[in-house]
Design a protein. Structure first.
Length: 294
């Protein structure tokens, strides 16, 4: 049986078939798209988790600019004694100016009624009564404003989930196109070598042996093209690895890079997946035409 399969593969000049070269390029492109889409899902998920963690441990208190130093010191003491508050930091005018510079430019804060900002770090697992804390702060500084960043707007979550859905759909479509491309290429090669296939039938070759030849050819092309696409995706990730630091986003968007083992695992998994999908699709695609041939 092994000898007959090898003879069938040698008889079908599939390596020189033009559809094979086209399938190789298509495989590389689709694996490239699927790889980048999968890594994009990792980046978005990491960024969302990091942002939620940052917001979960951060509160900001705005004290009116006209508040006296004595009132500010009283507020600081109150905050330090509040259960669940890990640290309290009063931003100095220079720090506040750096925060406002992207919006206001280099404007002296002495000329503006800018509130004093107090940065709070809280225990995300602790139980803090914000309503009670706001009442105590209002008794000291009536116009003080405590901003709770822990509740993200639902629209932000919905937008992130939509982006993840689009990327997941893109990866799924790429994998489906791998199957379609392999099936079309196998059918094309079968029609090109129809006379040879009919001769092999007459010589006693079974449909399984002939379909196996097309399946082996497809899995080789899938692995070869997938390897090229995975390497191209990795090079693209390396080129874009500093994007997060360039735009200076607060979330660690650059943390999911080539050094992340998940990226390597993802790309390594896509390549054999592309080969297996191509092999199965080619096998199924040629079985029915083979059954109809004499």
């Amino acid at each position: 049986m092994i000898g007959s399969r090898l003879a069938v593969r040698r008889s079908l000049a599939l390596r020189t078939n033009p559809s094979g070269r086209l399938l190789l390029l298509v495989m590389a492109l689709l694996v490239y798209v699927a790889g980048l889409g999968g890594v994009g899902l990792l980046v978005i998920d990491d960024t969302l988790r990091a942002s939620e963690h940052t917001l979960a441990v951060t509160l900001t208190l705005q004290v009116p600019a006209e508040a006296s130093n004595a009132r500010i010191e009283t507020v600081l003491a109150l905050l330090r004694q509040t259960p669940g508050v890990v640290s309290v930091h009063l931003l100095d005018p220079a720090e506040t100016a750096r925060l406002l510079e992207p919006w206001l430019g280099s404007v002296p804060l002495d000329d503006l009624p800018v509130p004093r900002l107090i940065d709070l770090r809280v225990d995300p697992n602790g139980k803090m009564d914000l309503a009670e804390l706001r009442q105590k702060l209002a008794s000291v500084v009536p116009d003080a404003r405590l901003d709770d960043h822990r509740q993200w707007p639902q629209g932000v979550h919905a937008a992130v989930r939509r982006i993840e859905g689009i990327l997941a759909a893109g990866v799924t479509i790429a994998l489906l196109l791998i199957a379609v491309s392999a099936a079309v290429a196998a059918r094309t090669a079968l029609m090109t070598d129809r006379s040879v296939v009919e001769l092999l039938h007459l010589l006693g070759a079974g449909d399984g042996d002939i379909a196996g030849a097309f399946a082996v050819r497809s899995v080789r092309l899938g692995l070869s093209g997938g390897g090229v696409g995975a390497v191209a995706a990795l090079l693209t990730i390396l080129a874009l690895s500093g994007a997060g630091s360039i735009v200076q986003l607060p979330a660690p968007i650059a943390s999911t890079g080539a050094a992340d083992w998940r990226v390597w695992g993802l790309l390594a998994a896509i390549v054999p997946a592309a080969g297996l999908i191509a092999m199965a699709s080619a096998w199924v695609a040629v079985r029915r035409p083979l059954a109809a041939m004499p």
